[in-house]
Design a protein around this ligand. Structure first.
Ligand code: DC
Length: 221
């Protein structure tokens, strides 16, 4: 594993993406959104009409490419840019089911480690199991959290921006449901790594969280 991997885990809507991109930009590192990879498999499976049980046998036909530029991350499936398509409510509602398939996790974890191998300066990777499973030797592990109300407000605002359903109480319900599914699944559930630094962003601005995490990285370099 390359030396400078920063693993940022936490529940939905905690601000992981904005924080991870910001930290990557400050440090000149690459950026990887692993949630987008699970969403991409889910988008493909729905597009192909595949139930979870049918996915393992067809998984080799799903080629995902992630661009690691933090100012313009994009993700494609079989050459099609799905960066927007993976954010629809349909994909969001199904992603916990497909991301619980062990073969899907094994394939994506291997791909995530390969991205880290090919990085030059370093990598900021965000998801649910990066500190616990994918990069156990990461230079820094952050567990980013915020109370569910704050997370629901943030996600509802993001959904409104994309023109999707933006009701805060529906978003609250769907976040709580996804937290429950992601925390209770058998394979790689959302967990805090023993050596992770927990950052509660409920009362912090985005800029404060980014500066705080970047400072933690610099302390360790
Ligand atoms: O970060 P996100 O909300 O875009 O992630 C989408 C889903 O992918 C989330 O419900 C859990 C799953 N996921 C995962 O199981 N493991 C990861 N490392 C990242 C995301």
């Amino acid at each position: 594993m390359p030396p400078n991997v920063i693993a940022i885990d936490g529940p939905s809507g905690s601000g992981k993406s904005s924080v991870s991109k910001g930290v990557a930009q400050i440090l000149g590192y690459d950026y990887l959104d692993t949630g987008a990879m699970y969403r991409a498999v889910t988008w493909w499976a729905l597009d192909q009409g595949l139930a979870e049980v049918d996915v393992p046998a067809r998984l080799e036909q799903c080629v995902i490419v992630s661009r690691t530029d933090p100012t313009d991350p994009q993700i494609s499936v079989n050459g099609v840019d799905v960066s927007e398509a993976i954010r629809t409510p349909e994909v969001t509602a199904a992603v916990s089911r497909y991301s619980a398939v062990p073969e899907v996790r094994a394939a994506l974890v291997a791909q995530q480690r390969q991205v880290a191998e090919h990085t030059s300066q370093g990598l900021v990777a965000e998801g649910r199991d990066l500190g616990t499973v994918v990069f156990p030797d990461a230079l820094l592990k952050v567990y980013l959290t915020a109370d569910v109300e704050a997370r629901a407000r943030r996600r509802a605002a993001e959904n409104a921006e994309r023109g999707h359903d933006a009701d805060v109480s529906t978003t609250h319900q769907s976040l709580a449901e996804r937290d429950r599914a992601d925390s209770q699944r058998a394979v790689s559930p959302l967990q805090i790594a023993d050596d992770a630094v927990e950052v509660d962003a409920t009362y912090m601005t985005l800029a404060e969280v980014i500066d705080h995490v970047a400072a933690l990285v610099k302390e360790r370099l």
